[in-house]
Design a protein around this ligand. Structure first.
Ligand SMILES: Nc1ncnc2c1ncn2[C@@H]1O[C@H](COP(=O)(O)OP(=O)(O)OP(=O)(O)O)[C@@H](O)[C@H]1O
Length: 360
């Protein structure tokens, strides 16, 4: 098992920072400063180093306004060894990730090398928004832990685009039926493979989610995740055949893993409809902590935990539970942002944390 910790980070034209450096010399760090100073942006820079994109914004917004590139340099520790990591984004060139002088030829090869988990106020979108948000959430995790999944998904997306482009022809030419069958033949095993891996993922998360929710809420509750799909039937080509007329009428592919969903339930009710705001927040935090354990187990690396502005969103008991929890095993480095230092004085567990204040 490798333990990961970021020690230094240098931001150049990254979001609101023309140039700035930060040093983290403890396992737990509290980052504070006024609203809009750039606390979230600092965490987003670490997220960018991990997942090659922002947790919140489009790629273009990674770059300081009116500049044409951004660069993030970091020193991180993996057990006893220090590594240098650089990320450069200068559109229209593709993003570059360089680890100890090795420039990764593709982002796909890099992803998973520097795992982090971010818990942020907008996480409840995962519950409230449509199924695309939840699929993206699962795909982001699985692409870090499973290169076969990543390859299958990009192949699927490529073929789906081709199939949709064929279906977009109006009127649909008879001569295109043959080619449609070729796509069906190629897409069918990919549907099954991806759906199976997503279902296994939901099954792995389920007990971790349940445990983390009960701990945070300090009471027995049934928090569940499951995967909703019809792609696990043995003959998927038959499903394509049944939906043929519909697909031609709609001019796009109406069945497949791009339609699937993850269902979140609390005490046998869909949390999307019945959960209170507090329950939804607790649920997504428990889910992210479950993902933390999943990544740790599958990558054999302890991820860095980024907690953005979460104290505001939880009641006292749940805040205390969460902070107590992240100071123990299985967690490693934790970075927490907070705008209101007054509130911090009331939280004794934070006394020994490193404090970084961001000024103008
Ligand atoms: N690409 C960019 N160029 C310039 N400024 C940017 C860019 N992206 C974001 N910002 C600015 O960064 C600021 C927000 O920073 P951030 O969200 O990190 O603040 P924060 O300290 O976390 O605030 P809060 O306490 O309100 O959550 C905003 O003023 C925003 O306009």
């Amino acid at each position: 098992m490798k333990h990961l910790a970021i020690r230094e980070i240098s931001l150049h034209n990254f979001k609101n920072y023309p140039k700035r450096e930060f040093t983290f010399d403890a396992s737990h760090t509290l980052i504070f400063g006024r609203n809009g100073i750039g606390k979230t942006n600092l965490l987003d820079a670490i997220y960018f180093l991990s997942l090659t994109k922002s947790a919140f914004h489009s790629d273009r917004q990674l770059i300081l306004q009116n500049e044409n590139f951004c660069r993030v340099d970091a020193t991180f520790q993996e057990n006893e060894t220090l590594h240098k990591l650089t990320a450069i984004y200068a559109p229209p060139e593709r993003k570059r990730f360089i680890l100890d002088d090795y420039a990764f030829p593709t982002l796909a090869e890099y992803i998973g090398r520097f795992p982090v988990i971010m818990i942020a106020p907008n996480d409840t979108d995962l519950i409230r928004e449509g199924s695309e948000e939840r699929r993206r959430f699962a795909d982001t995790i699985l692409c870090q832990t499973d290169k076969v999944y990543l390859q299958a998904l990009s192949q699927y997306n490529y073929l789906l685009k081709q199939r949709n482009s064929l279906l977009s022809q109006n009127p649909f030419p008879t001569s295109a039926y043959k080619l449609l069958e070729v796509y069906n033949y190629q897409l069918s095993p990919l549907n099954q493979k991806i759906a199976q891996k997503r279902q296994d993922f939901a099954n792995s998360l389920a007990p971790l989610l349940q445990k983390n929710y009960a701990e945070m809420a300090q009471k027995d509750a049934n928090a569940e995740i499951s995967y909703e799909t019809n792609c696990l039937q043995s003959d998927f080509e038959e499903i394509f055949r049944q939906s043929l007329e519909k697909d031609i009428a709609l001019r796009r592919t109406s069945v497949g893993i791009h339609k699937d969903d993850f269902v979140f339930m609390l005490n046998a009710n869909p949390i999307k409809k019945f959960g209170s705001q507090g329950e939804q927040k607790t649920f997504v935090i428990a889910l992210k902590l479950a993902v933390f354990e999943f990544l740790k187990e599958n990558l054999q690396i302890t991820p860095i935990l980024l907690l953005d502005d979460i104290l505001d969103k939880l009641d006292e008991t749940r805040t205390f539970q969460l902070l107590q929890k992240v100071m123990q095993n299985p967690f490693g480095q934790v970075l927490l942002t907070e705008a209101n230092p007054k509130r911090l004085e009331q939280i004794p567990v934070l006394k020994n944390w490193q404090k970084i204040e961001i000024f103008d």
